[in-house]
Ligand binder design. Sequence first.
Ligand code: CP
Length: 348
Amino acid sequence: MNWWTELALTERAEMKSSGYAAGSLLTVADLSVPEVVAILAATDRIERMASADRVRMLAGRRIALLFYESSTRTRTSFELAAKSLGAITTLVSDKSSSIEKGESLKDTGLTLRALGAECIILRHPSSGAPYLLAKATGLPVLNAGDGMHEHPSQALLDLRTILTRLHGVDAGRGNSKIDGKTLQGVTVVITGDILHSRVARSNALLLPKLGARVLLCGPKELLPEDALGLGSGVNTSSVEIERDFDKALKKSQVAMMLRIQRERLAGLELDLGDYISRYQLNEERLAACAPKALVMHPGPMIRGLEIAGEVADGPNSAIEEQVRHGLAVRKTLLVRALGVGGFESVTV
Ligand code: CP
């Protein structure tokens, strides 16, 4: 039995006991370090495959994209990833479906299953919605962002971006050396609207698994003290709060900026002018505090608010690379979700 099959079987046994279909990805908390390494290694392998081989991997398999919130990157990359593997995709959006007429998440999921969907990718404004859908349908569900809870595929693509830029671990080099210590000595500052951020939560759970230290940075309105619980279950000492952005940057190799979510600011006393002066990542601040730092942003970004346009377009920026890694990682998550047999035997 090879490593992939072994991992898949272990995972399937665990998922069976949890009541969710094998191959689901609902939270990064469910991923062990060997599973993270396996996903990264499989991503490298799939990226190195000839497209004619890749397109056979999920040929004819049916994947539904169920989106209750707007998305550009996640939706498009999952769809393109599925198509590059030969799968058939369908998109159901809350704006143009019977969801508008009041159909429930459960009934929408059961309808998609009755139509032959074998896997559902769900984005939903309510935290925990992917669990409900996975339980109701018994299908593998990939969480594409649920409320203020998690965005697992984003954290995995962020991890691959960091590993590639900082350690040169990418296609062709393999991931055999990646383990729970690979990111020891690396500090990632996540700055902005931590309170509402599923990206921050998934990264704070995932990055410490590989040894990284995570600094959370922002004003108290957007970063309550109890945000320290974000990393719980991993290594609590590896997630810290540093409210002074300049100090945080000086300690960091990676600066991950988060969008200020205007739609979620109602009721919060946040002075945007003050926020920009204290927390915007601009050229001056980057040059003074962390001239070599890798600059990341999950998108969508608001230029001139949390990040200056010159930094987003500058040499430190990995923002477009993140998008490309997203396409790559999501191919693997689809292959994993559909439990493709013989995956490992494909010559790469
Ligand atoms: N990063 C991210 O989730 O972007 P989208 O909302 O465009 O999918």
